[in-house]
Each structure stands twice: as C-alpha cells, then as structure tokens.
Design a protein around this ligand. Structure first.
Ligand code: BTN
Length: 259
C-alpha cells in the first residue's frame, strides 16, 4: 500500500475535473483498489475519490472471478453516490467513459453489454460495480475499472485468447497515465449526465456492439440464445428468443455467437 507521490503529483497536475479525482490516491501495490476505496468511503472520503494501483494482488472480477492486474495495466476504483434511479445507469456511464477514453487514443473500441469494453472483439477492459444503500435514496457505489494498457498479453496464455491490450492496436506507445487522465475526464463528463437516462441510453445503444447480434447469455448456468434486441429503460438487455418471445436480462455473461 505504498503511496507513489511522484505519479500522484503528475496526475493531479493534469486532471482538470472538479468531482471525479478531486481526492486521488496512487498506490504502488494493493490487494484490490475496490477494498481501499470502500475503506476510504467508510472513513468519509467524498464522492469522486479515485484510488489507482500500479498492481493488484487480489483483483476481483464480475461473477466471483479474479482479475489479473500486472504492471502495464490500469486498476482504478472511484467512489460515486448516485440515487436509486441513477444506479442502474452506472454501467452505461462507466463503459461509455472507457469507450471514449480509448477512442481518444485513436484505437477503436466497442462496448459489450453490460460493461465490457472490447477491441476487435477481444476484452480490453472489465468493470465491477459494488454498492451499498445509504441514508435517503442514495447508494455508495465503488466503480472498479481494469484496463489492459501496455502489457504484452502473449506472455499470459491463460487470458491471451480472449483478451487484448490497447498497445497491441496502437502505432505508438500508450502510457497508463495517459489512459488515467482521459478516463477521469470522461467519467466526469458522463456522470454529469446520469440523470438524463434517455440520452445516456441512446448513446449507450449507439455504441454497443451487442445490439442486433446473435448472442448466448449465461445467467448462473441458465443458458439462453437469441438476438440482442435492445436495452430497455431500466438498463436491462432485451433478448429476442428464436420462438419470438422476449426475455429481459438483468445480469449475465454475454457471448457473441458467430452466425
Ligand atoms: C470483470 O470481471 O470484467 C470486471 C473486472 C474489474 C476489475 C477492476 S480492476 C480495478 C478494480 N479492483 C478490482 O479488484 N476489480 C476492479
């Protein structure tokens, strides 16, 4: 948990946001940035606090998986306090922010519902949202974002088939700091729009690779096939099954089926 004052200072000089990143901690190595951010939130750190780690020893993924964070990857968690209504659009805010942060580097990204970001069909970013209800109609959400920036995926055969990194698709060197600065800027921009769920949903739909594709959804072992029809007003995926019926998917793992 050693702080890295030089990197922290550099980032603070380059971040121009007023909410996201107003308190920022850069640590050399942690178990999970999610745990550090949660502790900070419990001790009173404000909304917008960002925790970044050089490496994580026990990074967590969705659905109980582990998340791999070697040097050259970005592990960032941010404390946000949305209302109950806004909460369901945190996946839109976070995935759109990553999508734009990567596109700004000249590398075309895609979003896969609910909040994976891909480059050429391979996963470059995973997002984990953990939340607790708070007094009033609010939640304390810890949004954890892991991005493969510049490490060589080929050295890690366990993830190489399904994952990629930004640098594998860029003609120039991309630094983790550059991605952090873009990402914090985009998080602020999209979080400011969270109450306008209609326009956020339209932007999410327009940039989501999943829509119109033939997919397979795994919901805790329960498998459903069909075509991804749309995202409804609740932020859930609507699957059109082959028998013509629709199924609303609240949580699950989506695979694009080659047709
Ligand atoms: C997924 O399974 O796709 C989600 C991965 C989320 C990883 C990030 S890295 C920063 C934060 N800290 C964690 O332990 N997990 C999230």
């Amino acid at each position: 948990m050693k702080p890295q004052p030089d990197i922290e200072r550099y980032l603070k000089q380059h971040i121009k946001t007023s909410l996201v990143g107003r308190e920022l901690h850069y640590l050399e190595s942690v178990t999970s940035t999610q745990d550090v951010a949660r502790d900070l939130a419990e001790k009173g750190s404000p909304e917008g606090t960002v925790v970044i780690a050089g490496t994580q020893k026990a990074g967590r993924g969705r659905l109980g998986r582990t998340w791999f964070s070697p040097e050259g990857s970005l592990a960032l968690s941010v404390i946000l306090k949305p209302s109950t209504d806004e909460m369901r659009f945190l996946p839109a805010v976070s995935s759109l922010s990553v999508f734009h942060a990567i596109n700004r580097l000249g590398v075309p990204a895609q979003i896969k519902w609910p909040n994976d970001v891909l480059i050429k069909g391979k996963k470059v970013c995973g997002i984990l949202i953990e939340s607790r209800p708070q007094a009033g109609d609010f939640h304390c959400a810890i949004v954890g974002i892991g991005i493969n920036v510049s490490f060589d995926i080929r050295k890690y055969p366990e993830i190489a088939e399904l994952a990629t990194s930004i640098s594998a698709h860029s003609s120039r060197e991309v630094s983790v700091n550059e991605v952090i600065i873009n990402l914090i800027d985009e998080l602020e921009r999209h979080y400011q729009k969270i109450a306008d769920t209609d326009s956020l949903r339209s932007e999410w739909l327009a940039n989501m690779d999943t829509i119109g594709r033939r997919i397979r959804v795994n919901m805790n072992g329960n498998i459903e096939d069909g075509v991804a029809e749309t995202i409804n007003r609740a932020g859930n995926l609507v699957l059109r099954r082959d028998d013509g019926t629709d199924l609303e998917i609240v949580a699950g793992d989506v695979t694009i089926v080659k047709d």
